[in-house]
Design a protein around this ligand. Structure first.
Ligand SMILES: [Ca+2]
Ligand SMILES: [Ca+2]
Length: 347
């Protein structure tokens, strides 16, 4: 037995030298590797002692994210902190499908010394790590491998209508370039928690109700921001336990139905999976709650949420985006649009 000790090493330093690491997604600008305090719930036990834990920043600024996004067969952005492991390079890993994911191939394992690579097919996975005399499953975090955007054919992906992005032939890297891929959502995995308060199905386009699987573009920065808004509201003394999502991801095919007369933008952030129309709905009656306590439920309550958005953006400029107040009409109650487009916009 090796003596118990704490090695301040990471998978990043050991196996992913030279690659960028950070929260959300590989394509984003990333902060330097830091040692944050552990997020409650982030430590995973194995027989009483955790051998490894996921770096707290994986759980977002809010500490409430529960998934990591990746693409098949690519390096997973998952910095690990070793607690009591003499030589993490000897650790092997395996991916275990969860929530209805089909195991389509046998590429779901490897050695960390070669890097941590995502499974070769789309799905939702749990990571298990194994040393010479221990193993540990990361139960509180799922890794989602997306279906690559290139698998969309003629506006459809596996029978699900997505439509066409106006920028599909534009240069890559632009903020309005198409999303890198789509989450495959099935009846079995639609309730997967992407964070403490939100599930995959909350963000699905509201059409093609009988078509499965469905496909979803989702930017985890949006989820992190929504969780931070909930935290900020509670810090302001306004109870926020449940936030209803009226609209999250909208396929281009669905979105274009409301362009012009419907007031939607052709390049709506909703089609990129980084926008949402939401309200606080603690009583779950489908209508904005009275957040300012004036006995009415109207745009003033949405403005309370806007104040929380402003405060979140001041603290985390990288989550800056659009926010707009909408009044009730015959089809919906008052709500606020929140996105993470990268530049400030208010309406
Ligand atoms: Ca309500
Ligand atoms: Ca009110």
């Amino acid at each position: 037995m090796h003596p118990r000790r704490r090695t301040a090493t990471t998978l990043a330093a050991l196996a992913l030298a030279g690659t960028t690491l950070g929260m959300y997604a590989p394509s984003k600008a990333l902060p330097p590797l830091t040692w944050g305090s552990p997020t409650p719930g982030a430590v995973v036990e194995h027989g009483g002692d955790a051998a490894v834990r996921v770096a707290s920043r994986v759980f977002g600024h809010s500490g409430r994210l529960r998934v990591v996004m990746s693409d098949p067969s690519t390096t997973v952005q998952l910095p690990l902190e070793w607690m009591d492991v003499a030589s993490p390079l000897d650790v092997s890993y395996s991916w275990h499908p969860v929530a209805g994911t089909q195991l389509r191939m046998l590429s779901g394992e490897g050695r960390l010394a070669h890097g941590l690579f995502a499974p070769g097919s789309a799905g939702i996975w749990r990571l298990q790590l194994r040393g010479s005399d221990w193993s540990q499953s990361l139960e509180n975090l799922s890794v989602i491998t997306r279906v690559p955007f290139a698998e969309k054919r003629g506006g459809y992906l596996n029978g699900y209508r997505i439509g066409t992005y106006p920028t599909e032939n534009a240069p890559r890297g632009a903020s309005y370039a198409p999303p890198p891929g789509f989450i495959e959502v099935t009846p079995e995995n639609q309730d997967l928690a992407v964070s403490e308060h939100f599930r995959l199905r909350n963000f699905l386009t509201k059409d093609q109700f009988s078509v499965w699987p469905k496909y979803l573009a989702l930017d985890l920065r949006l989820i992190d921001k929504l969780e931070l808004v909930i935290q900020e509201l509670n810090a302001m003394g306004i109870r926020a336990e449940h936030v209803a999502v009226m609209s999250g991801f909208r396929t281009p095919a669905y979105n274009i139905q409301g362009v012009g007369e419907g007031g939607r933008a052709l390049l709506s952030r909703h089609t990129y999976g980084d926008a949402s129309d939401v309200w606080v709905d603690n009583d779950r009656d489908g209508y904005m709650d009275d957040l300012n306590g004036d006995g009415r439920r109207d745009t003033e309550d949405a403005r309370v949420m806007l104040r929380a958005v402003d405060r979140v953006e001041r603290r985390y400029p990288e989550l800056t985006g659009g926010a707009g107040i909408y009044r009730d009409n015959g089809a919906h109650g008052p709500f606020i649009h929140i996105d993470v487009r990268g530049n400030p916009a208010r309406w």
